[in-house]
Every structure is written in structure tokens, then in C-alpha cells.
Design a protein around this ligand. Structure first.
Ligand SMILES: [Zn+2]
Length: 302
């Protein structure tokens, strides 16, 4: 993939200030973020009070053209597992290396990487679990930034070392993943939420004029700004899944959230909440197989 084909949109203010960088479409079929960026730029045109905003609205044009999460159709390479990339590596590793350098070259003060989760997932910010640098300030700063968006903050449960956000934080740049549902965009509800959350943050950074109310997502109110921990539960069998709780619902430890049945309707297993928390989302597919992630949670107590 030629990185020259990756579009970049820029707005610069005459006044100095923070450099905010937005990225979307790293998974080529998750285009909600692309639309959020388009809307943000419509709002900001001529209204940026200070600093610069850069946006890469589509980091994986090949995946986009193939309506695929992956970088290449044949090898199912996930671009967001290949950072910081490798100069002399495979084509995919070289692409990751070029993209990472392109982003670092803009010297961002913070990076928001926008994704789409399952259709009914609730909007949330995901922070990398632990960046292997002692007392990494960028990691702490990412948590702070996340809380300024008005969305809930979820700390990942393990290190995924190849993600863009993980590698940026490792380099000292606060970065977070913003996860929205509705990848196919039917109602545009999450596009509106995404725009509000990012404008909220830009307002806190004094980059836009404060107008209207500060946005706080209803789930953030329920959880009173607590930082949650990500967890998911998989099935151990093949079957059809029926849910007994919805994304956004609070659950107690051990509460049954889904049940799996075989094709004749015989009960196979229950999927339970591992601890007290909120349901972030559930699989779009009614059919599950062993190791399929069925439900994801943001846990309050862990
Ligand atoms: Zn994604």
C-alpha cells in the first residue's frame, strides 16, 4: 500500500496551541470515525481558536476498498497489530512503519484513534493496559484526556503491543482508542456522540469556543467517572446465542447475560458477568463457536 494515498486533513490556527491528531479507518471497514472526522472539520472550519488539528480519516484504504478490517485480503493482516512497523519487513510491516512515522512527524500532543465496535456497543474510550515504561506520564495523561470527553473510560485487560495507541504512549504521546458501535451507520447516533465527545475535549483544551452544554454520556453519569477494566466472555461450544441483558446495562458478579443453545434448542451453557460492571457490547452474530467473544464488559470491581 502506498502511504501517499492516505488522505490528510488539516486545520491550523494562527495562535499557538496544542496539536491534536485524529485517526480513523485503521480497520478498513470501520468508517464511523471517518464520518466523525468529516463532521468535526465542518464545525471547526474558521473556528479553531488555537493550535492545530490533523486528521487521517482513512488509514487503511486497501481494507476500505475491500470492505475489510484487514490490510490485505489474502493474509488477513491487522494493521493495528503491526505498529510501530518495520522498515525492512513485510509489505504490511513497512506500511505500519510509514504510517507511524507520518503520525510522529506531525508531533502531536495527543492522538485519538477512532474505531467501531459491534453494532449495539455503547460508546467508550479504551486505554492501553500497561505500557512497559515505568511511570509513563503519557499513559496517565491519556486517562485524564479520556475523562474530558464525557465518555466512559475502560482500561484494557492486557498488553496488545502492536496497536497504534500502545506505541504512541510508549513514545510519550498520550493516545486513546474511541470505540463506537454501529459500524454500518444506520441512524448516525454514534456519529453525533463522537462529534460531541471530541468537541468537548477541544473545548477543555480551549481550542474551540464554549457553546451549549458540556456533553456527558448517560453511562458516565451512572458510573460517576470511574475508570473501568475491560473483560470479555467467550463461548466454549457451538450454538445459538440468546441475550438476557443489553449493552449499557449494569450487571452484578455472576449474573447471567446470555445463554447458548444447540440447534435442537437444548441448553448448552450460560455466559455470566465476571464481576460487577456494565455491558459494553455483544456479538453481532447469533451463531457462536468455541472461543467466540460473546459479551464484553467494563468492570467496576476487579
Ligand atoms: Zn477497530
Amino acid at each position: 500500500m502506498e502511504t501517499q494515498k492516505i488522505p490528510l486533513i488539516t486545520i491550523k490556527s494562527l495562535k499557538p496551541g496544542p496539536t491534536v491528531l485524529l485517526t480513523a479507518g485503521i480497520h478498513g471497514d470501520e468508517v464511523g470515525g471517518t464520518m466523525i472526522i468529516q463532521e468535526i472539520f465542518k464545525i471547526l472550519k474558521g473556528h479553531l481558536l488555537r493550535g492545530n488539528i490533523y486528521a487521517f480519516p482513512l488509514l487503511n484504504p486497501v481494507g476500505f476498498e475491500n470492505v475489510s478490517r484487514y490490510l490485505s485480503q489474502d493474509h488477513q493482516e491487522d494493521l493495528n497489530r503491526l505498529f510501530p512497523g518495520k522498515k525492512g519487513g513485510t509489505t504490511a510491516e513497512k506500511t505500519a512503519d510509514e504510517i507511524f512515522k507520518m503520525i510522529m512527524g506531525k508531533k502531536p500532543d495527543l492522538v485519538l484513534d477512532i474505531h467501531n465496535d459491534w453494532r449495539e456497543s455503547i460508546p467508550h474510550n479504551l486505554i492501553d493496559y500497561q505500557v512497559k515504561i515505568a511511570k509513563n506520564q503519557a499513559h496517565e495523561k491519556a486517562k485524564e484526556i479520556s475523562q474530558q470527553t464525557g465518555l466512559i473510560t475502560v482500561l484494557d485487560s492486557k498488553d496488545i503491543e502492536g496497536t497504534l495507541s500502545y506505541n504512541l504512549v510508549k513514545q510519550g504521546i498520550p493516545a486513546l482508542v474511541m470505540e463506537f458501535g454501529e459500524p454500518q451507520i444506520k441512524t448516525g447516533k454514534n456519529i453525533k456522540v463522537g462529534v460531541k465527545a471530541i468537541i468537548n475535549l477541544l473545548r477543555k483544551l480551549k481550542m474551540v469556543k464554549p457553546t451549549g452544554k458540556i456533553f456527558i454520556h448517560p453511562t458516565t453519569v451512572v458510573l460517576s467517572g470511574k475508570i473501568l477494566k475491560y473483560a470479555d466472555q467467550s463461548s466454549s461450544t457451538n450454538g445459538l446465542v440468546r441475550f438476557c441483558a443489553r449493552p449499557g446495562q449494569m450487571v452484578k458478579k455472576g449474573e447471567t447475560v446470555a445463554a447458548i443453545y444447540d440447534v435442537s434448542g437444548a441448553f448448552q451453557e450460560k455466559i455470566k458477568a465476571p464481576a460487577q460492571g456494565i455491558i459494553l457490547g455483544y456479538t453481532d452474530s447469533p451463531l457462536v463457536s468455541p472461543k467466540t467473544i460473546v459479551v464484553s464488559f467494563g468492570l467496576e470491581k476487579f
